[in-house]
Ligand binder design. Sequence first.
Ligand code: NAP
Ligand code: MN
Length: 265
Amino acid sequence: MKIINVFANDTVLSRDTKKLLKRKLEKSEFIVPREYDPGAELIICIGGDGSFLETLRKYDFPDIPFIGINTGHLGFFQELHPDGLDEFIFKYKQGKYEIQHLKTVKAVVTVGEDRFEYTGLNEILIKGELSRAIHLNISIGDSFIERFSGDGILVSTPAGSTAYNYSLGGSIVDPRLKLLQVTPIAPMNTTAYRSFTSSLILPPNLSIRINPEHSGGQGLLIVSDSQEHLHESVDEIYLEFSESIVKLLRFENYDFWTKVKSKFL
Ligand code: NAP
Ligand code: MN
């Protein structure tokens, strides 16, 4: 049997859309289970980008393809509108879609003997717990690059380049490129401190190593797609592409740059 997981956030429009969609899918002989079914062939997420990212995280970046229905504000990941349900089901049954593969970024955080791993589709950012500057020794591959001083750094995937990264002055990256972007957050440049002021763009096989200094007496927040993780006395943070790939259904009229234009200009 063909199973489709459908999730909606809490708005009235999302919940109504979910009810309607469930009825339509069942009429087309799909099963829509009450709870998440790992054997499903598709996950439909009704809401905005935030609820899409939350669903990904909740089910630990499953290998199942996703499609989003935008009832939120921006909906950059979301491909459909609530009024396009019939057309979607028709095209889906005919296999008239492509699957976009999006790479995710992971951080491995070492604190003494403990290791923690976090994954993000948009980005992972590192900042101080308090409103004081932090100091991060940053290496790329095997080379020490700089002692960064400022609010923090953000490591963005191509998919996340249009999110927080863009607000920080980072570049918009076509997701067909496989690269990580390291964007500084309020870098300090004085006779006391020296940091890069532009984003650094790295090839997929290079990792980033960060050894924080603890002199300020504050913990670090490691934030993966808005999810905060507070750690004290971090020894090392290692960042690289993760093995988890997010699969998104795209229909024939999808074009990344058209989407950028429609959402940003
Ligand atoms: P949020 O604070 O509601 O998100 C801020 C905005 O970012 C929302 O309009 C959201 O779209 C949009 N967004 C999310 N992913 C995007 C992407 N890949 N490309 C373009 N826009 C995107 O929080 P949220 O909805 O949970 O989203 C989490 C993301 O927000 C984080 O991963 C981070 O990138 C971003 N963020 C941005 C800033 C900033 O720009 N100053 C600050 C904090 C977080 P929807 O309206 O559809 O939800
Ligand atoms: Mn949101």
